[in-house]
Design a binder for this molecule. Structure first.
Ligand SMILES: [Zn+2]
Length: 200
């Protein structure tokens, strides 16, 4: 038993057992913003490690790590195993968002070796009543793991990954390194890396 659409259409509607919210697809229109995220773009960004802002791949680091810039109001660094629905960010967009004072106050950055599929953030329905179950602490969505028995009763709105192999990155260092990386085309970056002692 599970929730479903009367005209459910294969993997367009259901992934890994989770029914996905339907959203209009308008390639090139709009821009992802915190709190107003397009569900399909968010899922694609997570599945293919694309930048949450521009949609370009974030895997051009020689060590294969991805840069994550997450909301962390209390200044807590990103911890190993942390779950998030916020996709990674490319260097160009990282540089751009670091121009916003709010990011310095409320975000933490980490280079991440592995972002594994963990579950979804969505709306859980009660099997008996088919009414939405309120999420904890007034959050818009409930986090539901792929092996959670509530998954068949969840309308998925965001893909959630668990971050592993996290190395915290100081935002000042990030600003410095992304400036350097953004200034050099990819073919010149190899030499830049070799000359640097840092891990970026
Ligand atoms: Zn980008």
């Amino acid at each position: 038993m599970s929730i479903g659409y009367a005209d459910e259409y294969g993997i367009a509607d259901r992934r890994r057992g989770a029914l996905w919210i339907r959203v209009p697809v308008k390639p090139g229109a709009g821009a992802p913003l915190q709190g107003r995220v397009h569900a399909l773009r968010q899922r694609q960004a997570m599945n293919y490690m694309l930048c949450q802002f521009c949609g370009r791949p974030t895997d051009d680091r020689p060590d294969g790590r991805h840069l994550f810039l997450l909301h962390a109001a209390n200044g807590k660094p990103i911890a190993d195993g942390e779950r998030t629905a916020t996709p990674p960010v490319c260097d160009g967009c990282a540089l751009e968002v670091l121009g916003r004072p709010v990011v310095w106050r409320e975000c933490a950055a980490a280079l991440v070796e592995d972002a594994t599929a963990w579950g979804v953030a969505g709306i859980v329905y009660a099997p008996e009543t088919l009414r939405p179950v309120p999420s904890e602490r007034g959050e818009p969505f409930t986090l539901v793991a792929y092996d959670d028995p509530r998954l068949p009763w969840t309308l998925a709105c965001r893909e959630v990954v668990a971050l592993h192999g996290c190395t915290a990155v100081d935002l000042h260092d990030l600003a410095e390194h992304t400036t350097a990386r953004a200034l050099y085309p990819p073919c010149q970056r190899i030499n830049t890396y070799r000359n640097e002692k840092g891990s970026l």
